[in-house]
Design a protein around this ligand. Structure first.
Ligand code: ADP
Length: 476
């Protein structure tokens, strides 16, 4: 269903589309198929609601967000189960995501009350300068399927805290999770028109409406670099504000002074999280040649213990890929690497036994002998494949790690403090994990450099994305 102006309703087209479980191929729901006209209606509703919402006190907006946090915590288990069915990640990971998603409501409920202004020294004695921070206006948001709840709250919570209203288009693979988030906003009593949801099976016309409608002040997009760049071009020509969270190609560097076993454990956890379908997933694993033997042993042993299957079942640690094209892309990258000389240490093919052929399962895979001519070395995989590359010295590996258009996340394992600091400063990435595989939280600025995007989400930076700065010069 669409959620527009405080009501659940069908689409203008009268049609709907099917949502399927990527682990079983079974249909799990039917959702109204929003059109460009629906998006335009939602934008009108958001525009009308803006006046009232932006004039509430920060304390009042904060209370709504606090209620949304409490409701999401109450519904955590049900939302997690739905997420596993709709997106595929194992239930434990789904629960973690719901917690992360709820954290954005709580964090921005608190931050709403800390949108401060400034009083500046003015050049004339009869002059006073005041700086005011105000909401940008109506926000259009587009979110992906890989984190189908937290990618929504990471935008909605700061937008609402700032006093903006919002129209959101979720990914076509995961509209049911999106509906649960908007159910929460509805039940939290958020006024009609403040937050609107337009699911669709055909995103392009709605994207066009978002970037051309004069009532939209800002576009916030999380998804592929290709689509983000296209939308940003149109949005820029209409002078809309922009935030973009795009693709990544994360290096994971393990130095010879690191604990090889601990680093291998780290890779096994973060690389296969969400079946590799994360923009901060390590995509090039550089291991110093003196410790690569032990590193590989531990990594292979850990990957060998992973169990793929339906994430609702006990003991499943790896879910399916989201759809058939994703499966084909992963297999193509592996085949290309093998054809160019890579060695498959474990995995390396689609999983089809014991009913897994009904879903989109790929075996957790470790490759060695990776060289720069391989597709996997240059492009984001978005799948459960760990490509390992040996290196020799620090300057060389830093140059290799930075030699990409992407700049989202990077990971470094070292016990040498000076080296850790040199890498932290030298890596051209927005998020650096030093002996840490999870450098994300509601309080922390998340975002990329270069082709990985513009702006930050989370933390105080994430709130600034929804605020305009206004200067007042007063002559007294
Ligand atoms: P992915 O490869 O991760 O699915 P996409 O960029 O295709 O990345 O999808 C991310 C989001 O962008 C989804 O909500 C999707 O519906 C949306 N999207 C894809 N193509 C367009 C488009 N032409 N206009 C607007 N949104 C789009």
């Amino acid at each position: 269903m669409l959620y527009i102006d405080g009501e659940w309703r069908g689409a203008h087209s009268g049609s709907s589309f099917e949502v399927t479980n990527p682990a079983t191929g079974e249909p799990i729901g039917d959702v109204a198929d929003g059109t460009r006209q629906d998006a335009a209606d939602a934008i009108v509703a958001a525009s009308v609601a803006f006046t009232g919402w932006s004039r509430l006190t920060a304390w009042q907006r904060s209370e709504y967000l606090q209620r949304a946090y409490s409701l999401m915590m109450e519904r955590k288990e049900a939302i997690a189960r739905l997420m596993t069915e709709e997106q595929g990640k194992p239930l434990k990971a789904a629960r973690n995501e719901v917690q992360y998603a709820a954290d954005f409501f709580r964090w921005y409920a608190e931050e709403a009350k800390r949108i401060y202004g400034d009083i500046l020294p003015a050049p004339r004695s009869d002059q006073r300068f005041l700086v005011l921070r105000q909401p940008v206006g109506v926000v259009a948001a587009i979110t992906p399927w890989n984190y189908p709840v937290s990618m929504i709250t990471r935008k909605v919570a700061p937008a609402l805290a700032a006093g903006c209203t919002i129209v959101l288009k979720p990914a076509e693979q995961t509209p049911l999770c999106a509906m649960e988030v908007f159910n929460i906003l509805h039940d939290a009593g958020i006024p009609a028109g403040v937050a609107n949801l337009v699911p669709t099976a055909n995103p392009a016309p709605i994207g066009e409406e978002f970037v051309t409608n004069p009532r939209v002040a800002k576009l916030t997009f999380t998804g592929s670099t290709e689509v983000g760049t296209m939308l940003a071009g149109h949005a820029a020509s209409a002078m809309k504000r922009l935030s973009l969270e795009l693709g990544g190609h994360a290096p994971f560097i393990v130095f010879d002074d690191a604990d090889a076993e601990y680093a291998a454990k780290g890779v096994s956890l973060v690389k296969f999280l969400n079946t590799g379908q994360a923009c901060i997933s390590p995509n090039r694993i550089y291991v110093h040649k003196t410790i690569v033997g032990r590193f590989m042993e531990v990594l292979e042993e850990r990957v060998g213990r992973m169990r793929a299957g339906n994430g609702l079942e006990e003991g499943i640690t790896i879910g399916p890929l989201v759809d058939a094209p994703s499966l084909q892309k992963v297999d193509r990258q592996v085949q290309d690497a093998v054809a160019k000389g890579a060695t498959v240490r474990i995995g390396g093919s689609r999983l089809t036994e014991a009913g897994l052929d009904r879903g989109f399962f790929y075996a957790p895979t470790v490759l060695s002998g990776i060289t720069p001519d391989m597709e996997i070395y240059n492009n984001e995989t978005f799948g459960p494949v760990a490509p390992v590359i040996e290196f020799d010295n620090e300057d060389e590996v830093l140059a290799l790690a930075n030699d990409t258009n992407y700049g989202l996340a990077a990971y470094v394992y070292t016990q040498n403090l000076g080296r850790a600091m040199r890498m932290f400063e030298g890596l051209d990435y927005g998020i650096i994990g030093i002996n840490d595989i999870n450098p994300t939280a509601a309080a922390a600025p998340f975002g990329g450099m270069k082709a990985s995007g513009i702006g930050r989400e989370g933390g105080r930076e994430g709130l600034a994305e929804y605020l305009e700065t206004k200067l007042g010069g007063f002559s007294i």
